[in-house]
Structures are given as structure tokens and as C-alpha cells.
Design a protein around this ligand. Sequence first.
Ligand code: BGC
Length: 263
Amino acid sequence: MKVYSELKGRTAVITGGSKGIGTAISERFGKENMNVVVNYHSDAKGAEEAVALIEKNGGKGVAIQADVSSEEGVQQLVDAAIDNFGGFDIWINNAGMENRHETHELPLKDWQRVIDVNLTGVFLGTKAALDYFVKNDKRGNIINMSSVHEQIPWPTFAHYAASKGGVKLFTETVAMEYAARNIRVNNIGPGAINTPINAEKFADPEQLATTTSMVPMQRIGDPEEVASVAAWLASDESSYVTGITLFVDGGMTLYPAFQGGRG
Ligand code: BGC
């Protein structure tokens, strides 16, 4: 693993840090000797495990319960970063959720909750981070967890795809708006990754084979492979990168149906 020495001692806030990609980024940031505010919604145990992983690897962590879809919740994360670590340098909007419904039967409450967490949560987290960076005259770094589904339509997940499509243009817009202040805003777009969100699906050999066949690299990704991209985006090595989505998807966004010259 490459270590980005400039990250040592820097502080990150990670929403949805109690599982999957959020925990992998927490662990990675521990290895970078960083301070991490690990946000969780309901999985206190998962968040404590993430903190333990951070500290075992040489960083410092604190677990904070908060709902990212509320302004008060997001403010608690800002306060925790200031109280525990004197502020923050990197903000990662990672919390997300999904569920499957045919669209003509998609309950409004499911639509609203997915939009609240995946899109409004990204807005509120970004707003709070921007406010902190601007008022403290600090260069800043915001990373949003998008998805291949900011680009690929996903039948029976219309709310999820709509939220991620929204994140794409939100990120591009805010990146342009704050570029001159040296605040970078980027998306990571994971494809099929071995995380709890996919555990049930990938436990079924048939579904696992179907998904794998949609990935040109012919395998499911590991959360650590997303975390290493987050570390690069957090580091100064990506200092001239803003407004992009960096897909971490084994080629899933490359129209795999055309493989072999089909079409
Ligand atoms: C979803 C996963 C899905 C992947 C590829 C991700 O955004 O969270 O459930 O496997 O996209 O479709």
C-alpha cells in the first residue's frame, strides 16, 4: 500500500462509516495516520469496529450517531470534528441506501427516504463542509460516494438512480462554484462491490454470476479498492482534480454487452 505522507494528522469526516465502503475508507485513513469522525445512523457496533480499525492502524477515531438527512445531524458531525480534532480537512458523503421496487408500486416514503439520505444528505454534508472551509479560509476537499448508476439506468431502483444522477450534477456544479477558492469536490462511482448492501444478492450463486458477467474484469470489487481511490482523492496527488466521477467498477460503465464486437 502506498502511503500519502501529507495525509498524516489530517482529519476526515465520513458519513455512513459503520459498514462496507465507509468502514474500508476509515481503516485506510487509519493507515494514513489520520483522524476520523465515523458517522453512523443505527449501527453503533459497526461504527465502534471502524474506530477500532482506525486506531489499530495508527489513526484516531470517534464514532458519532447522526442522521445525515437533517441539518442538526450534520452539525453534530462538524462539532465533533472541531471538539475532538480542532476541525477537518476532508469531508466524505458516503452514507447511502437502496431498495428494490417496481416504479408503479414504489411507495412515496421509500422514494423520499432514499432521496433524503442519498441526495439531500450529500447536499447538507457538502453545505456544512463548504461553510466551514469558506469561513475558515481553508482549502477543502469533499468526496461524494456516487455510483455507476449516476450514468447507468437501473430498472426497479428508480429512486436510487435518480438520487445518484442528482449527485452527479450537484457535484459538478459545486465543484465549479468553489474551484477558485481551492475547494475540490469529486465523486467516486463504485460498481459491484462486496459490501453488506450487496450481501444477500451475492450470496445467491446465480445472481453473483449474473452481476459478474456484467463486469469486464469479471469479478466483484473489494471495498479496499474503493478506499484506495478515496485516499488518492483525499491526498495532494490529486491536487488539480475537481468535478469528476472516478468510476471504480472493473469496467461496468463500458457497455459490456458490446464485448467481443457484438452489436
Ligand atoms: C449498488 C449495488 C450494485 C451496483 C452495480 C451500486 O451502486 O449499490 O447494489 O450492485 O451499483 O449495479
